[in-house]
Design a protein around this ligand. Structure first.
Ligand code: GDP
Length: 298
């Protein structure tokens, strides 16, 4: 991911490097190049426009002539603006004052929610928490089983629909899981919910009902970065149907052009909290906007 964008931006900056003095025309040309590079990377048009305008504005108001190295100044401006559209500050889970902290995962089928549930549980364990995984995806026949395997691998207990837990009713399962966590002193509850291949009113309602039943501290919208611009449309649909507090980007190891990653925080106004970059349990990290920007700028 980001390979083409990286190359394009590097070439743009290289053109500037030779110049002792940077003119208005140079700034315009650089802005045009950046615009082209971002659009090619499949970044949302509104985000591109805002980004380019901000870079131009700051480049114009900076004393580039006085700078020792004007090209470096421009790189810094682009870096700052990248950090800004990626959400600025690093932000992860906010824990409830009174446990358990309830985290609900929402997203389309195949986005990587179940895989993510295991990674998140492992990460939480590493931070000294005691998470409980909850199988509230009863739509796919194999989903409960899959979460159980994920839980086993992470060494985390899975609350599954069994007699007494709310068989066949994901809302009951989710509700009962909170009581179970309180009883057995799990301090974080991760609720995996069902997703369809496309946005679906019935399933969106189910997710909203689960949300109302468990009153999550954090709803995380899990989205496959490979789906490009569709990630933004899907995010908007989930924002309206369920609402969410943060985004988890998955499949950052894929060969998508990176547009989704670069657009979603700004378009949704919600922070990207975590990133998943592979099928393995270790392919997971807290998302740091500044590190991502540095990576893009090489
Ligand atoms: P769910 O339907 O949202 O629960 O999605 P799953 O967790 O079942 O994931 C769907 C597929 O994507 C599975 O084959 C996962 O192994 C795979 N997957 C999940 N996260 C990643 C990731 O970060 N990178 C890659 N390459 N594959 C992933």
């Amino acid at each position: 991911m980001f390979d083409t964008l990286q190359d394009r931006l590097a070439a743009t900056f290289k053109n500037l490097r030779g110049k002792g003095r940077i003119t208005e025309a140079d700034i315009d040309e650089t802005a045009r190049e950046i615009r082209r590079a971002l659009l090619e990377a499949d970044v949302n048009l509104a985000v591109v426009k805002e980004f380019v305008a901000a870079v131009k504005e700051r480049a114009r108001s900076t004393e580039l002539h006085a700078a020792l190295n004007p090209a470096q100044q421009i790189v810094k401006i682009v870096n700052d603006e990248l950090v800004s559209i990626l959400g600025g500050e690093t932000r992860t889970v906010r824990f409830a004052k009174r446990p358990p902290t309830v985290i609900m995962l929402a997203g389309l089928q195949g986005a990587g929610k179940t895989t993510l549930a295991g990674k998140l549980a492992l990460w939480l364990k590493g931070q000294g928490h005691s998470p409980l995984l909850v199988a509230a995806d009863l739509q796919r026949p194999n989903a409960v089983n899959q979460l159980q395997i994920v839980g086993q691998r992470a060494g985390v207990h899975v609350f599954a629909p069994e007699p007494g837990n709310g068989v066949g009713n994901p809302i009951e399962v989710a509700k009962n899981s909170i009581a179970e966590a309180e009883r057995r002193l799990y301090d974080v509850v991760i609720v995996d919910t069902a997703g369809r291949l496309g946005i679906d009113a019935e399933l969106m309602q189910q997710a909203a009902d689960i949300r109302d039943a468990v009153r999550p501290d954090e709803v995380l919208f899990v989205v496959d970065a490979m789906i490009g611009q569709d990630a933004v449309n899907t995010a908007n649909a989930f924002a309206e149907g369920v609402g969410f507090d943060g985004v988890v980007l998955t499949k950052l190891d894929g060969d998508a052009r990176g547009g989704a990653a670069l657009s979603i925080a700004r378009v949704t106004g919600k922070p990207i909290m975590f990133a998943s970059s592979g099928e393995g349990q270790k392919d997971f990290d807290v998302f740091h906007p500044d590190r991502m920007a540095s990576r893009i700028l090489g």
